[in-house]
Design a protein around this ligand. Structure first.
Ligand SMILES: *Cc1c(COP(=O)(O)O)cnc(C)c1O
Length: 249
């Protein structure tokens, strides 16, 4: 098992480094409320998720249903919470709600509606599902409205800022969804500080309407310090914990 031991030590050291960066960033801006660290495990094998769980990680993020579903099935660790953070097609929603604790990428009304329908159906069958269910999934699915902060239309996914409150209303009105807050990815090539400050403004607007929807999912390996300064409550960190991902075509 020397390989697995080496990997364990590597992940432990990487986690320690990332947690130190979080500590330092909190100190730098005088924050005392620690953001939640979601370790993004996409492209990495289930064995890494098992090691992370042994290291105390409780929140893991995935961006593709097929990969996430397979891992959640293979690792029925009731302590793990699976966060879906990638662009989501409505035809994948039934699968996603069977394992996910939260969806960070709700960017359109039709997706909110599809998630609500799938959650309603899922909870109707929850007595049957319970035994094979993966993780400690609550009755409500936490949903973040993903906001597009880039100038171009498509950007890195997300609703246009002007449309975000409408998507939020759909989530808020859905009986099986919990409106958690907003999520964004800083645009490539821009200043992440500007982006995260804009996200914080959108969050304030949302919170003035829905006081409980005060979560902000922002910050990745390269920009988590700026996200913490702007008030992020959920960080999504992949490569600085797991290492470089294989390039995607
Ligand atoms: C991959 C991914 C992350 C993690 O990015 P790193 O730069 O590896 O930390 C965060 N958020 C989303 C939406 C992602 O797809």
């Amino acid at each position: 098992m020397p390989d697995s031991m080496g990997r364990h030590a590597e992940l432990e050291a990487n986690l320690r480094r990332v947690n130190k960066r979080i500590d330092d960033a909190m100190a730098a801006c005088g924050r005392t409320d620690r953001p939640n660290l979601i370790v993004v495990t996409k492209f990495f094998p289930p064995g890494d998720v098992v090691l992370l769980s042994k290291l105390g990680v409780r929140d893991v993020g995935e961006n593709r249903d097929q990969e996430a579903a397979a891992k959640a099935r293979e690792i029925p660790d009731s302590e793990l919470r699976w966060h879906f953070i990638g662009q989501l097609q409505s035809n994948k929603v039934r699968s996603v709600v069977s394992y996910a604790h939260s969806v960070h990428s709700v960017d359109r009304n039709s997706l909110a509606i599809a998630l609500e329908k799938a959650m309603a159906r899922h909870s109707e069958h929850s007595d049957l599902v319970k035994e094979e269910s993966t993780g400690n999934r609550p009755a409500l699915l936490d949903c973040f409205v993903q906001v597009n902060l880039s100038a171009e239309d498509a950007g890195r996914g997300g609703a246009q800022p002007s449309h975000a409150l409408e998507v939020a209303a759909r989530i808020h009105d859905a009986g099986h969804l919990h409106l958690a807050g907003v999520m964004a990815v800083a645009p490539l090539g821009g200043d992440p500080r500007d982006a995260f400050n804009r996200l914080a403004d959108i969050s304030s607007e949302l919170v003035s309407r829905y006081p409980a929807a005060n979560s902000i999912s922002a910050g990745m390996s390269g920009d988590l310090e700026h996200a913490i300064a702007a008030g992020a409550t959920h960080l999504r960190v992949g490569s600085d914990v797991l290492g470089a991902r294989p390039p995607v075509g």
